[in-house]
Structure formats: C-alpha cells, structure tokens
Design a protein around this ligand. Sequence first.
Ligand code: A2P
Ligand code: MG
Ligand code: MG
Ligand code: MG
Length: 396
Amino acid sequence: MSVNFVSIIAKPKITITTNPFLVSSPLLFFSNKTKMKPSILTAFSSMSYDKELAAAKKAASLAARLCQKVQKAILQSDVQSKSDKSPVTVADYGSQALVSYVLQRELPSELFSLVAEEDSEDLRKDGAQETLERITKLVNDILASDGSYSDSILSADDVVKAIDCGKSEGGSRGRHWVLDPIDGTKGFLRGDQYAIALALLDEGTVVLGVLACPNLPLTSIAGGGSHHSLPGEVGCLFFSVAGGGTYMHSLDSSSAVKVQVSSIDNPEEASFFESYEAAHSMHDLSSSIAKKLGVKAPPVRIDSQAKYGALSRGDGVIYLRFPHKGYREKIWDHAAGYIVVAEAGGVVTDAAGNPLDFSKGRYLDLDTGIIVTNQKLMPSLLKAVRESIEEKVPSL
Ligand SMILES: Nc1ncnc2c1ncn2[C@@H]1O[C@H](COP(=O)(O)O)[C@@H](O)[C@H]1OP(=O)(O)O
Ligand SMILES: [Mg+2]
Ligand SMILES: [Mg+2]
Ligand SMILES: [Mg+2]
C-alpha cells in the first residue's frame, strides 16, 4: 500500500508497508519469552529498536521546540475547551501532527499505528479555520528550522490527516506508538511543567519511551527547587529501551547520562510527588498514605509525566496518583513515564500492586490509582495505601 499523505513540493511518496522484520524478528521472541536473561534482553532490545529510538527522540525534540515557541507567546485564541471541559491548545495539535509526521518520515518501511490523545474533530468545525492555519504554520516553521525535511510543506489537510493517524485502538498485537502530545496542558498554560510523552508498544509491552520535559531543570528539583532555575538550565529529555536502562540529556544536547531511582529505604527521608491539580488526584488520600508511611516532607506538586522523569533520576522517591471516582486513565498518560521509571530501577503498579497492562486498548483498566516508588519501599507503600483506602472507602 502506498499513501500519498503529504503535499510535498517534490512529491516523494511515503510508502507504508508491513515490515517483514516484524514477523520474524527477535522482538516477538522477546515479548513471548519474558523470562529471558537480562543480558540477552539488553542485546535484543538495543539491537532491535535503535531506529525507532532515534526517530522517537527526533520527533519528541521537534515537538518540544514547537511547544516552547507557543508557550512563550500563547494567545487567548490558541486555547480551546474539549467536550470533557479539559483545555487543548494549538501546541497540543501541532505537537501531535509533528510527531505523527516525523515518525512516518523516519520509519517509512514500518506499518504505522499511533494511539494518541487528540483528534481533528474540533478543527474541522466552522470557525476553526484560522486555528488550523496557525497550527499548520507552526508545524511548517518547526520543520523548516530543523532543515531535514526541506522538501516538505504540509497543507492544512496534511496536518489534519497527521493528527488523525492517532486514532488507533492499540492492543496486544503488533506495534503501536503511544503519544500524549502535551501531557499536563494545564501546567503548560500556567507556564509550569508539561511533557511530550512518546512510547512504543510491541505485542502489548512498552518497549521504548521518550519523555521530553521542556521546563524541567537539569538538576534535581528535590524540595521543589524547580522555580529557581535559570532558563539555560531547563529542558530534559529522558529515554529508555526495554532492558537498556534510562538516560537523560538536555533538550539542547545529546550527551546523555544514565539515571537511577533513589535508593532511599527510610520513609522519613523520602519525599513524594503528586499532581499539581487537586482535580486530577485526591490530595487528602495521598497525605494520609504519606503520614502512615512516616514521610516527613511535604508533597512536591508538579504537572504531567515530568513526575516520572524526576523520580527516575532520584529527585523524589514516591509518586501517588488517585484520580476521582469515574475517571479512566489513558495509556498515553503513563506509557512513556512507566518505562522511564521501570528502566531506572523503579516499580509502577496500580493501588492493589498489580502491574499496569498497556495491551487493552486506549484505556488502562486498573484498581483505584497508580503508585510508583523504588523496590525497597514498595511493600511498605502498598501496605500504607491499602490501609488508607480501607479507612477512606466511603469517600472513594
Ligand atoms: N479529571 C482528571 N483527572 C485525572 N487526570 C486528568 C483529568 N483531566 C485530565 N487529566 C490528565 O491528567 C494528566 C495530568 O495530570 P497531572 O495532574 O499529573 O499533571 C494529563 O494527562 C491530563 O490530561 P492532559 O494530557 O490533557 O493534560
Ligand atoms: Mg488533554
Ligand atoms: Mg495527558
Ligand atoms: Mg495531553
């Protein structure tokens, strides 16, 4: 199948074909035999996902550039409300279009499936033409600034199509990219933390994750120090491949350092992250858990999956997330953060201690909430969570 998806001046075609590598590759072998020795896992994963990792890093970095540009000069008309009342901006759409386009350009021989947050429905309504034009210009400006696709100028229609590639249902078969083009839109609008979160699912398992956090300081934010950084010291990109560890570098350079979760095993020395927005997570439940556990420090409240990134390098040891009743977690809100923490030696489970299952489609079916910490603290954290939930059952 060949898809003439983008109006390109020289009109090269993007050919989307099934990758023969998928059928016979060691990746299937890897995902069906999860008990393989770590050394073998490392060899397979770093061998198998190099191209995908490079493409994902490029896509997330360009999307971060677009978001930074918009955050500096956000206009009132750039922000809209979705049907669930959550905000969406030209940067959310532009970031999704850019990542979708870059992945397809960088990986032309792979079958492309993308599970992503945004769709173009509102952009196709009467009166949205100006917004769509602004998004199209933003995407083209970023592509031009990068210089690697100088043959391409996307039309508004191309941008809509790139956004709508994100409608895949995901699942347990084959490969699916998972994208939150801006995670933490409310933080983005406040000028605070947000992330571009991109992961790859292979046979239902998260095998690769890239988390670009344009406002996260390069040095630790332990104790809430994020507000004191100079502009040049912010902007991190975390990346992980299954079995290969987690690395971080500045958004402006590619010299990476390996990161590791904190090894603190005394809760009295631990600090914990939670949502900035009380509407996203029950702060009273988190504080009762922290108290039960013996945590002394106040919560560090920041937006988005930047919490996973900060935890992966040991800025804090615990992340507690308890959405209000009726909220269903989506896979794009956790996939990249999950692998970044897991590969740095951390543990991510639901509130009952079950591993997260990303293979069930666009949503995560889970028990009550998501908890994250290091291996040593997990048993006592789970106990504190269980006890606090039992005490609070009527309000859950
Ligand atoms: N009512 C809600 N409860 C929990 N999470 C929400 C809710 N509304 C939006 N979110 C999502 O929660 C995440 C931000 O959480 P945090 O509180 O950790 O910053 C984002 O993915 C955000 O979506 P979005 O990607 O649109 O920003
Ligand atoms: Mg949103
Ligand atoms: Mg999100
Ligand atoms: Mg989002």
